[in-house]
Each structure stands twice: as structure tokens, then as C-alpha cells.
Write a protein that binds this ligand. Structure first.
Ligand SMILES: *[C@@H]1O[C@H](CO)[C@@H](O)[C@H](O)[C@H]1NC(C)=O
Ligand SMILES: *[C@@H]1O[C@H](CO)[C@@H](O)[C@H](O)[C@H]1NC(C)=O
Ligand SMILES: *[C@@H]1O[C@H](CO)[C@@H](O)[C@H](O)[C@H]1NC(C)=O
Ligand SMILES: *[C@@H]1O[C@H](CO)[C@@H](O)[C@H](O)[C@H]1NC(C)=O
Ligand SMILES: *[C@@H]1O[C@H](CO)[C@@H](O)[C@H](O)[C@H]1NC(C)=O
Ligand SMILES: *[C@@H]1O[C@H](CO)[C@@H](O)[C@H](O)[C@H]1NC(C)=O
Ligand SMILES: *[C@@H]1O[C@H](CO)[C@@H](O)[C@H](O)[C@H]1NC(C)=O
Ligand SMILES: *[C@@H]1O[C@H](CO)[C@@H](O)[C@H](O)[C@H]1NC(C)=O
Ligand SMILES: *[C@@H]1O[C@H](CO)[C@@H](O)[C@H](O)[C@H]1NC(C)=O
Ligand SMILES: *[C@@H]1O[C@H](CO)[C@@H](O)[C@H](O)[C@H]1NC(C)=O
Ligand SMILES: *[C@@H]1O[C@H](CO)[C@@H](O)[C@H](O)[C@H]1NC(C)=O
Ligand SMILES: *[C@@H]1O[C@H](CO)[C@@H](O)[C@H](O)[C@H]1NC(C)=O
Length: 569
């Protein structure tokens, strides 16, 4: 985008704080007669290649529930024969624009607000469909109303009309979903039907992009969404529902997934204390170590409460257990270290992955170009709060069994983990992978992943169509930190080929042979001890910020005692 356009955008936005209803959407019907409204997105809004088409719009899945999607044709091939892959982020409540703009979509946005091409876009290998779900997340809206954000920027306060009053934080006025907690979902299971309907809507409206196989990729809380939503798709297929499309599910990929809280809450201790991470960084002193241990294993604490949640299944028990574990086990890290949960190597505020796209999506030009009907937020607090009422985050929700069922139905499943992420760390993920019980997996071993750049970016343990992948020098959003291996990994998994080489068909008795543990140690050379400039850039060759990046020596750790709940986005 030129400076001139940027200036014009800025001038325009001063006049129009609220989002007008889109008037140029094309209305059509998807499968199950679902209403679909969409438009072709002008070239340059994200995809910069004029020969590659992009569409965005809504599937109207229920009264006052409008699910936003943004589609990109596959590059370098005929999109009519390419596979289709859906990407969703986690949260619960996080927008999938995170994945689109920060990780694996066709573009990113730089500190000047300019769109740049991502040569490692997963659309190089597949048609890509990004979906904001459930209702109220990202651009998905319930009832659009004028409003502004409270001081904590978490809650929406509604306004009577489209005038931004003096008392409102001027910059936070906008059009938001009426924060009615009934017009979204309150659990993973409850969110599945509208996700399936969104696919029915899109696939019916765009059969030309849905001819070949279908894949699903997700991250973080997607460790809940992925198994449950896809098993729901398989059960819907089996019902032979009249008018519904049978979705031919091929592969499910889950990055730094949150599956089994009983295991994964314990993994916070393993990653920071014992046996520790592979960056030779032991961040806690003896008293903090003892505090984390006690908050986990002391009588009536996190492990006991989570077991009570599993045993009783009661909302109040699960919800209380989750608050206890998140605040008193997980978040000790944030309070003591002021480090980024999603990338252990950086302090907070961490400028990586870049967040400049959020302002870009809140410009009238972009909103009009994609037909959006509300302001953009990375995170919908109403959705997180609503999931909190059922304690969904502290439930295992049948995720491990659903992974097993998908494998039994010949769906390929890969769990991949950036090993510098604390939030959903790979030590917990590895234990989950063993719980799945895939035949041959217990005796398989780790091997290096070979990629076209001849650099070893990680290891894989694989048996048949099931793989567990550890990526080195990578935070939570793996494709941002390790774009090359991420794209080649994605290409192999959706082609039914082995992750290690991309040369072997995994439908045969494929199994990796190697040590039972992945032992590579990065050491601490990429750990940062300074807060970084907000415009610092990340270097995927050195796995560190480009110099000069340091802004100031770390501030004193904060001991505010403030309780907050970290997201799993
Ligand atoms: C909402 O979007 C409008 C443009 O349509 C923009 O002017 C306004 O600043 C946005 N509000 C926020 C809080 O981003
Ligand atoms: C992805 O596709 C683009 C556009 O065709 C191309 O320029 C780029 O080199 C491709 N990326 C890779 C890693 O091959
Ligand atoms: C809009 O609402 C404000 C209160 O926020 C009120 O003072 C103002 O008169 C209203 N304007 C119109 C045109 O109704
Ligand atoms: C929330 O939405 C539901 C369903 O549309 C409606 O019945 C209820 O009255 C709404 N609640 C509020 C507070 O508006
Ligand atoms: C669905 O159709 C398949 C074959 O088309 C049949 O085998 C199966 O029993 C049907 N399932 C139901 C629930 O009707
Ligand atoms: C944590 O470490 C203990 C002791 O090494 C091990 O038994 C357990 O399986 C580990 N759990 C996780 C989630 O890493
Ligand atoms: C251990 O670390 C915590 C948090 O940084 C600090 O408050 C405490 O004083 C330290 N304890 C000792 C014994 O150094
Ligand atoms: C969750 O939502 C369902 C409707 O989908 C509702 O029946 C249930 O009461 C809600 N649970 C809680 C704890 O609010
Ligand atoms: C999965 O594949 C195996 C081997 O190709 C086949 O025997 C089996 O019937 C398939 N199962 C399903 C549910 O399609
Ligand atoms: C792998 O083998 C199966 C069964 O022989 C076959 O259907 C499939 O096309 C092969 N896949 C690839 C990528 O060669
Ligand atoms: C980094 O690792 C080296 C040796 O591996 C060690 O001597 C040094 O103390 C470590 N630095 C920090 C800050 O942990
Ligand atoms: C941050 O980096 C930018 C671009 O390199 C530079 O202009 C700016 O002065 C830096 N800010 C600080 C506070 O160092």
C-alpha cells in the first residue's frame, strides 16, 4: 500500500467509527439451503497475485448467528482440483485472522501498515478457508450494535446510536456483536454443529473448490476443536442427512494443541522445573518451584480439582478447577518472569508475531473490501466467558478418543509442537500423543525431518497416519517462526506422505525407527533478556530478532498478584 493510500485510509477512518452494513454482498445458497453472502476480495487486500482469487463473506447458520469466512485459491495449480483446507484458531474466542495474517496465510502486515506477500503460505499447497468461530469471534457477528470498550478493553458497552460520545475512549468506538452470551457457544461440543453448517454453506456455494479432499488445521485450543469437530463431521456423514454434503475428511493437523488438561497442567512444571526445557533455562528459584509444585500436587489443588472435574463432569467443579489451575499454576510464569507464554525466548511485550494486521482490519477500506459487518477484535471476551461457565478448558472432552476414532476411520492426524512454547508445551503434547494408542506408535522412534534447505528444524515420531512432531526454535504459532518446514510438513501430511522425508506412503506399515526420546538441546543463545522494540523483526535464519532490537533492560518482575487467565489461541 502506498503512503498516499495509507493517508487516505486514515483520513476516512476519522469520519466513520462505525461499520455500515455491507451492501454489495452476493446472496446464494449452500448445502442444506443455508444462506451464504459473499464477495470477491479485491487483489492486494491480502493476496497480491492477480491470478489467484479470494472471496469472503458469511454463512448465516442460525438466527442472529453469522459466521465469517475468508477463502483463498491455491497458488501454482488448478484450484478446482486442489484440496480444500480449513484453518481455525483457538482461544476459545480467538479469531482465525491470527493464523491468516501472522502465520500461514498469503500475506502479513508490516509496521507501516503495508501488506506483504508470504512465500510460505499454505495456499501454495491447498485452497485455504479461514473461519471465525463460534459466533461473535473476529468478524462473525450476532446482532451488530454501536459500542465501545471498557478501560480493560475486555467488555463491550453498548451505545444508543452511531455517535461516539466524549466519555467513551474515542479509539474504542465501533460496531460490535451485542454481547449476549446465548448467541454463541459455551463448549467445544456445542460449537461443532455451527462449524459443520459453515462448511455446508461454503461447500454448497463453492462446489468448484470442494471437489477434492478436505483437510482441517488448527492450533492451541484447537486441541479441543480439532478432534471434536472432525469426529462430529464423520458422524454427520454417517447419518446420510438429506441435502447435506458428505465431507471427505483426509487429514487433521493440530499445532501446540490443548487436549488433556490433567496432563497438560502438569506439563507447566515439567517445562519450567523438571525435567525442564531444551533451552537450558531454569527460570524459577527454589521457592517458586516449590510453590508451583504445591499448587499442582498439594491436597485439593490443581490435580485433585481436575480429577474431580473429570469424575463429576459438573460445570461448577470444572470451572473452579480451571480458574485455580490457570491462575495458580500456569500464570505464576507470567507474574514472576514477564516472559511470553507463547514463546519462552522473549519477554513481554513480545513484538512477535507481528500484530499490525489488527489496525489494518479496522480500516473502512479493508472492512468494505471483505464485506465485514463489525469491527475486528482478535479475541471475543463474551465467548471466552461463556466457555468458562462450563469449565470446558479443564475438560478432556473426549479429545484423545476422538483422535483415535479419526485414525480408525483412516483420517491422517498430525500433532505438531513448537518447542519454545510454554502455553501448550511439547512435553505435555508428547504424553498426549502416547495416550492416543495408535498401533506401532509406542515402539516408533524419533527421526530428523529432512527439508529442502538441508537444515534440521525438528523431529518426528510416526506410525502409519499418526505423527507427533517437535519443531525447534519455535513458539506457539509455528508457521511464523519456522515457515519453510511448516509448509513442507503441511504438503506431506495432506498428501498422505511421511513427515520425515515426504517420500513414503504412510498407508503401508510405515513407522519411524529411532530413539524413544527427542533429545536435541538448543541451549540458551536465543533466549532474550531485554524487552524488544515494538517494530523489531524476526529472523528465521538466526531464530532471533534482527539487530538492533533491544529496547530496554528487562523491567523488574511484576508482583501485582493480579489474577488473569491466559488464552490458548
Ligand atoms: C471500527 O472500524 C471503523 C472503520 O470501519 C474504524 O474507523 C474504527 O476506528 C474501528 N474501531 C476500532 C475500535 O478499531
Ligand atoms: C509459493 O507460491 C508463490 C507464488 O506462486 C511463489 O512465488 C513462491 O516461491 C512459492 N513458495 C515456495 C516456498 O515455493
Ligand atoms: C446519541 O446518543 C447520545 C448518548 O450517547 C445522545 O446524547 C445523543 O443525543 C444521541 N444522538 C441522536 C442523534 O440521537
Ligand atoms: C439474548 O438472546 C436471546 C436469543 O435471541 C434472547 O432470548 C434474549 O432475550 C437475549 N438477552 C438479552 C439480554 O438481550
Ligand atoms: C447411509 O448410507 C450407506 C450407504 O449409502 C448405508 O450403508 C448406511 O447404512 C446408511 N446409514 C444410515 C444411518 O442410514
Ligand atoms: C512430567 O515429568 C514426570 C517425571 O519425569 C513424568 O512422569 C510425566 O509423565 C511428565 N508429564 C508431562 C506432562 O510432561
Ligand atoms: C524467588 O523469586 C521470587 C519471584 O521472583 C521472589 O519474590 C523471591 O523473593 C525469590 N526468593 C528467593 C529466596 O530468592
Ligand atoms: C450452555 O449452553 C446450552 C445451550 O447450548 C445451555 O442449555 C446450557 O445451560 C449452557 N450451560 C451453562 C452452564 O450456561
Ligand atoms: C481403512 O483402511 C484400511 C486399509 O486400507 C481398510 O481395510 C479399512 O476398511 C479402512 N477403514 C475405513 C473405516 O474406511
Ligand atoms: C498410498 O497408498 C494408497 C493405498 O495403496 C493409495 O490409495 C494412495 O493413493 C497412496 N498415496 C500416495 C500419496 O501415493
Ligand atoms: C546459558 O548456558 C550456559 C551454558 O550452557 C550457562 O553457562 C549460562 O549460565 C546460561 N545462561 C543463563 C542466563 O541461563
Ligand atoms: C524502534 O525501532 C525503530 C525502527 O528501527 C526506531 O526508529 C526507533 O527509534 C526504535 N525505538 C526505540 C525506543 O528505540
Amino acid at each position: 500500500m502506498s503512503t498516499l493510500v495509507a493517508t487516505a485510509l486514515f483520513a476516512l477512518s476519522a469520519f466513520s467509527q462505525f461499520v455500515p452494513p455491507p451492501t454489495d454482498l452476493i446472496s446464494t445458497k449452500g448445502y442444506l439451503d443455508l444462506s451464504v453472502r459473499y464477495k470477491q476480495v479485491p487483489n492486494g487486500i491480502c493476496e497480491t497475485d492477480p491470478d489467484v482469487k479470494s472471496y469472503s463473506g458469511y454463512v448465516d447458520v442460525a438466527e442472529d448467528q453469522h459466521i465469517f469466512w475468508w477463502f483463498f485459491e491455491a497458488r501454482n495449480q488448478d484450484p478446482a482440483t486442489a484440496p480444500l483446507t480449513t484453518w481455525i484458531n483457538g482461544g476459545p474466542g480467538s479469531s482465525s485472522m491470527i493464523g491468516l495474517f501472522q502465520e500461514l496465510g498469503p500475506c502479513g502486515v508490516d509496521s507501516e501498515g503495508n501488506v506483504y506477500n508470504n512465500p510460505y503460505s499454505w495456499s501454495n499447497a491447498s485452497n485455504m478457508l479461514f473461519i471465525d468461530q463460534p459466533t461473535q469471534v473476529g468478524f462473525s457477528y450476532s446482532i451488530p450494535v454501536p459500542g465501545y470498550l471498557d478501560e480493560s478493553e475486555s467488555y463491550i458497552i453498548t451505545l444508543p446510536n452511531n455517535t461516539c460520545p466524549d466519555y467513551a475512549e474515542e479509539l474504542s468506538c465501533g460496531t460490535y456483536s451485542y454481547p449476549n452470551e446465548t448467541l454463541t457457544a459455551n463448549s467445544t461440543q456445542a460449537a461443532a454443529p455451527n462449524f459443520w453448517k459453515t462448511l455446508q454453506g461454503f461447500m454448497g456455494a463453492f462446489p468448484q473448490y470442494s471437489r477434492n479432499t478436505y483437510n482441517f488445521a488448527t492450533e492451541s485450543y484447537g486441541g479441543h476443536y480439532g478432534p471434536v469437530f472432525n469426529e462430529y463431521i464423520e458422524t454427520q456423514n454417517a447419518k446420510n442427512i438429506s441435502g447435506a454434503h458428505k465431507i471427505s475428511l483426509d487429514a487433521v493437523l493440530i499445532g501446540n494443541g490443548w487436549f488433556d488438561p490433567l496432563i497438560q497442567y502438569q506439563a507447566y512444571y515439567n517445562f519450567t522445573v523438571f525435567p525442564g526445557n531444551t533451552y537450558n533455562y531454569s527460570p524459577y528459584n527454589a521457592s517458586v518451584q516449590a510453590e508451583v509444585y504445591n499448587n499442582l500436587y498439594g491436597p485439593g489443588n490443581c490435580v485433585d480439582q481436575t480429577k474431580d472435574c473429570y469424575r463429576t463432569g459438573q460445570n461448577a467443579v470444572c470451572s473452579a478447577a480451571d480458574n485455580f489451575c490457570a491462575n495458580l499454576v500456569e500464570a505464576i510464569y507470567d507474574n514472576v518472569l514477564t516472559r511470553d507464554e507463547y514463546d519462552f525466548r522473549e519477554l513481554t511485550p513480545d513484538p512477535f508475531p507481528y500484530s499490525f494486521y489488527v489496525d489494518y482490519l479496522n480500516t473502512p477500506t479493508v472492512q468494505a473490501a471483505i464485506g465485514a459487518y463489525q469491527n475486528f477484535s482478535e479475541y471475543a471476551n463474551a465467548v471466552g466467558t461463556n466457555f468458562g461457565t462450563t469449565g470446558d478448558d479443564d475438560r478432556e472432552s473426549g479429545t484423545v478418543e476422538d483422535v483415535r476414532k479419526l485414525l480408525e476411520q483412516n483420517v491422517t492426524v498430525s500433532l505438531y509442537y513448537g518447542d519454545a512454547d510454554y502455553n501448550c508445551n511439547w512435553l505435555g503434547g508428547e504424553v498426549v500423543s502416547n495416550e492416543v494408542g495408535q498401533p506401532g506408535f509406542a515402539t516408533a522412534g524419533y527421526v530428523d525431518i529432512l527439508t529442502s534447505d538441508d537444515i534440521v528444524h525438528g523431529q518426528v515420531k510416526q506410525a502409519g497416519a499418526f505423527s507427533f512432531v517437535r519443531i525447534y526454535e519455535s513458539g506457539h504459532e509455528v508457521p511464523f517462526y519456522q515457515p519453510l518446514v511448516s509448509l513442507e510438513f503441511f504438503e506431506r501430511v495432506i498428501a498422505g506422505l511421511d513427515v520425515a522425508t515426504g517420500k513414503t506412503n504412510t498407508s503401508c506399515d510405515y513407522k519411524t525407527e529411532g530413539p524413544s526420546k527427542s533429545t536435541y538441546v538448543e541451549g540458551n543463545s536465543t533466549i532474550q533478556f531485554d524487552v524488544l522494540n515494538s517494530t523489531a523483526t524476526y529472523n528465521t535464519s538466526t531464530n532471533a530478532p534482527n539487530p538492533p532490537a533491544a529496547l530496554r533492560k528487562r523491567s523488574m518482575p511484576r508482583h501485582s498478584g493480579k489474577l488473569f487467565k491466559p488464552l490458548k489461541y
